[in-house]
Write a protein that binds this ligand. Structure first.
Ligand SMILES: C[S@@+](CC[C@H](N)C(=O)[O-])C[C@H]1O[C@@H](n2cnc3c(N)ncnc32)[C@H](O)[C@@H]1O
Length: 247
């Protein structure tokens, strides 16, 4: 996923540091600034994982791929709505007459009131359709919580592949990039079963650090005082780090 600080390209280097500094008997790996959860996912086949991030999108990704140990089956959807392939259904079902709010379309794609070019109109409407349908299914108890998180995570992971941006959503490109013309697809996320009771949180790491215990603590905070979200309180990363080293 395109996300500032995503460590996917550094996983082997991180692993090397672990190999050089750990004795191999460690059981619990904590990733308390998890972001895309790339490091937690990479470590899941070796340790019980405790992951955390203040942002809800990250929490969703963690719930889907870290806490969750099996691919969801969507049994109720199959039985009650006769939907065999949930992903194909969401990606292809007709969206024209849908009766709900088009949040993505209204705010991130060209429409009567705005000319923002983050997504093509077609992809923005598709994303709205999928997000609304998942919510409706949850309200009607057609999917359980695990299935809910998995579907939203698959939706989130698909968006960067069609976004008309260079890397962050601070601005959109003024011409359409070829990527934006691709048909939106959800990502079929891989789920590893590590047979552990993995834990996921959406908390301030400054608080969480007092409640969790583990063997390896991976700390990947933001690189400056600008938060990923515009929140009033800029949280001091230094407090976490000093507490860790005091232990
Ligand atoms: C450099 S990114 C982590 C990237 C991550 N390792 C990855 O591979 O995607 C830093 C993350 O810290 C989160 N964050 C910032 N302050 C936080 C806090 N006080 N508690 C928990 N998470 C925080 C941000 O939301 C952001 O996702």
């Amino acid at each position: 996923m395109r996300y500032i600080g995503n460590k996917t390209n550094l996983l082997n280097n991180i692993n090397q540091v672990i190999i050089e500094n750990c004795d191999g008997n460690e059981k619990v790996f904590c990733d308390i600034f998890s972001g895309t959860s790339s490091v937690a996912r990479f470590s899941k086949n070796r340790y019980k994982i405790i992951s955390n991030d203040m942002l809800y999108f990250s929490y969703i990704l963690q719930k889907a791929t870290i806490q969750n140990n099996n691919l969801p089956e969507f049994k109720t959807l199959k039985e009650k709505l006769n939907i065999d392939n949930v992903f194909e259904y969401l990606e292809n079902e007709n969206v024209k007459n849908a009766n709900y709010k088009y949040f993505t379309y209204e705010n991130y794609s060209p429409n009567e009131k705005c000319d923002r070019m983050y997504l093509t109109t077609e992809n923005a409407k598709r994303i709205d359709y999928i997000r609304n349908t998942i919510e409706i299914w949850k309200e009607k108890n057609l999917i359980n919580k695990r299935e809910y998180y998995y579907l939203i995570a698959s939706l989130i992971e698909g968006v960067p592949f069609v976004s008309n941006i260079t890397g962050t959503y601070g601005a959109y490109l003024k011409e359409w990039d070829n990527r934006a013309y691709k048909k939106f697809e959800m990502i079929r996320l891989n789920v590893i079963n590590n047979l552990c009771d993995n834990e996921c949180y959406k908390e301030d790491a400054n608080q969480l650090i007092n409640k969790i215990e583990g063997d390896i603590l991976y700390i990947d905070p933001p690189y400056n005082s600008r938060q990923y979200l515009p929140i009033n309180s800029i949280i001091s990363i230094k407090r976490v780090i000093s507490r860790v080293y005091k232990k």
